[in-house]
Design a protein around this ligand. Structure first.
Ligand code: ADE
Length: 224
């Protein structure tokens, strides 16, 4: 899979993705993540990438020209399955959405900043608008990192234990069961006996019941 991330602040997106599982997936060639600085594409002689909104009002709007040139160039090089824009107006990211996107070959993620992008870019190119929650960030960069992380960890080979991604919280609309590791007794706090029993059928049953109980208690909205 190839992910092209278009941003005015590549370092913000790169930071969270340059570690651990995502970095290993990149190093193993499971995913190629290409960062593009939108500023490199401006034809403005002062290197400007934004301007005041028509009609007045506070804040700056990201200009159409550099984004148009960059997306047009990328689209001339390969086909994209989705051109995503990160915005609080978008559809809220969830596990089924991440699962679907993880099956794609090539995607673009365009990060908004300031007041947002000239709306004509959305009309011309954007096929999907994604929010990571009902709050406003200073820009779409952290959202792009969150979306990328949620997709890349699902790619075959990204997580060493293949069953691990499938047993995540939300994969079947249930939260994960509690997990424990050594020591089995820490200052008198004991790990549930069943996990030490070696009886894997009983352990599976216990975990499934814990998932159900925790979902009912913590996220009754998921439990239908
Ligand atoms: N940009 C600013 N806030 C955002 C959010 N909640 N989700 C996605 N992109 C954003």
């Amino acid at each position: 899979m190839r992910i092209d991330i278009l941003t005015l602040f590549p370092e913000i997106v790169q930071g969270p993705l340059n570690h651990s599982i995502i970095k290993r997936a990149v190093d193993k060639g499971i995913v190629e993540i290409c960062y593009h600085n939108i500023r490199d594409y401006t034809t403005n002689k002062h290197n400007k990438v934004d301007d005041a909104p028509f009609g007045g009002g506070a804040g700056m709007v990201m200009s159409i020209q550099p984004i148009d040139d960059l997306i047009t160039k990328l689209k001339s090089e390969r086909e994209y399955d989705d051109i995503i824009y990160t915005t609080p107006d978008g559809e809220t990211l969830n596990q089924p959405m991440a699962n679907t996107i993880s099956t794609y070959e090539n995607i673009i993620i365009l990060c908004g900043h300031y007041k947002g992008i000239d709306h004509r870019i959305r009309d011309m190119f954007i096929t999907k608008e994604i929010s990571i929650g009902d709050y406003v960030l200073t820009g779409g960069e952290l959202a792009a990192a969150v979306i990328t992380d949620s997709i890349v960890r699902l790619l075959p080979g990204a997580i060493s234990d293949e069953t691990s991604a499938l047993s995540d919280s939300f994969q079947d609309n249930l939260l994960s069961p509690p997990v424990y590791t050594r020591p089995s007794d820490y200052k008198g706090q004991k790990v549930p006996d069943v996990l030490l029993s070696g009886n894997f059928k009983e352990i599976d049953n216990w975990r499934h019941q814990q998932s159900i109980d925790r979902t009912k208690k913590l996220r009754p909205d998921l439990f239908k």
